[in-house]
Design a binder for this molecule. Structure first.
Ligand SMILES: [Zn+2]
Length: 381
């Protein structure tokens, strides 16, 4: 595909209704739900659609309307990309008032909510009315992993475009053509990321990220007993904390200075009590963001281990399917030989349970310890 759709790779069928709506007014709908697994390009598809709606040539990818809509800088395209656990009811009220205004320059007023699954039922109900009867030039684009992640009242009023997991070959081609990555490395990273475009790109560009992933996969062969598991769990949690700290520290300080400037207070001086509450609110948000980042790093490690044991299962069943971790074939075969399918299933269950526990706010160290203990080779009697 060309123009603004060029980077929405492997989604020709899913994006056909969006492209048709941008081309013909009769195919237009005012509320869309774009679903697809993480990394399939939901937010990219939403931005491409917004650009196609604003562009006089239907999404050429070159004009100012296109480039600003794609980058999130278009005055009539509002993008909500929250890093918080939930989208607050006040944020949604703010969006609804934006939705009521006519586009200032573009042809449409477009509002993109990237993580519509992070709205509580109550918040969704506030949004409902605006989605049902939006002003004539307003379009809502909600994104979520699946339709079931969004309140039924909302999704029943949206047209759904369902993105699928793109083939690794398609992701690799994008990395090569857009980011100039060597084709062989691009394909290896696309497989390792299980076609998650953002993760594939990070792996391809950052040797440190590839090394950290290799270290996680090595746990499958390195853990021999409970002692190893406990030590490795402490390591993994520490790495996730450092990663979260590095990713958020600079931004936290910038945001704080910006807020103090807006409030008219210079850094260092005492804040009047009325302003302290706002600073406290920002700090709470930042703390939540760091926690989420830490959990995301751990979740990624679990997903990587799952892909390793999926490969083990493939070797054990002799299925003719490409391995996700082809460069680790030696270790995969070693683990496949030392156990049988029931062992592999048991480990996969333990990994799935750890993911659930992390999402359910169990202390990360406890969840990871229990999970890694399950990676020990079973003692046979
Ligand atoms: Zn254009």
């Amino acid at each position: 595909m060309t123009g603004v759709w060029a980077e929405v790779v492997g989604q020709e069928a899913a994006t056909a209704p969006l492209r048709a709506a941008a081309a013909h007014a009769s195919a237009m709908t005012h509320a869309w739900l774009i679903t697809g697994p993480p990394g399939s390009g939901r937010s990219q598809a939403a931005r491409a659609f917004a650009a196609a709606l604003q562009c006089a040539r239907g999404g050429c990818g070159e004009c100012r309307e296109c480039t600003t809509a794609l980058s999130g800088a278009h005055a009539d395209v509002t993008v909500v990309a929250t890093e918080k656990v939930t989208i607050s009811i006040d944020e949604v009220r703010g969006l609804i008032s934006v939705a009521q205004t006519s586009p200032s320059q573009g042809r449409w007023r477009v509002i993109i909510i990237e993580d519509a699954d992070r709205m509580t039922e109550r918040t969704s109900n506030v949004l409902l009315k605006s989605i049902e009867e939006p002003p004539p030039r307003t379009v809502w684009l909600l994104c979520a992993p699946s339709a079931e992640d969004v309140a039924v009242t909302i999704r029943s009023r949206c047209r759904i475009a369902h993105l699928r997991v793109p083939d690794p070959e398609v992701v690799a081609r994008l990395l090569t053509e857009r980011d100039g990555i060597d084709p062989e490395l691009a394909l290896e990273c696309a497989h390792a990321a299980q076609s998650h475009i953002g993760i594939a790109r990070r792996l391809a560009r950052d040797p440190g990220a590839r090394k950290r992933r290799d270290q996680v996969l090595a746990l499958a062969t390195e853990i021999r007993g409970v002692g190893d598991a406990v030590l490795a769990a402490a390591d993994l949690v520490k790495v996730s904390e450092e990663d979260a700290a590095a990713a958020t520290a600079e931004r936290d300080a910038e945001e704080r200075n910006e807020l103090l400037r807006t409030l008219g207070a210079d850094d260092g001086g005492r804040l009047p009590p009325a302003l302290r509450a706002q600073v406290k609110q920002l700090e709470d948000d930042q703390k939540r963001r760091a926690t989420r980042h830490k959990r995301d790093v751990l979740d990624r490690a679990i997903v990587d281990l799952m892909s390793f044991y999926r490969d083990v299962a493939i070797v054990q069943t002799g299925a003719d399917v490409p391995l996700v971790n082809a460069s680790h074939r030696g270790h995969i075969e070693q683990v496949a030989r030392r156990g049988d399918m029931s062992d592999t299933v048991r480990v996969l269950d333990a990994l799935a349970l750890a993911r659930e526990r992390l999402a359910g706010n169990v202390a990360p160290l406890l969840a990871i310890e229990a999970m890694l203990i399950a990676l020990r080779p079973r003692v046979r009697d």
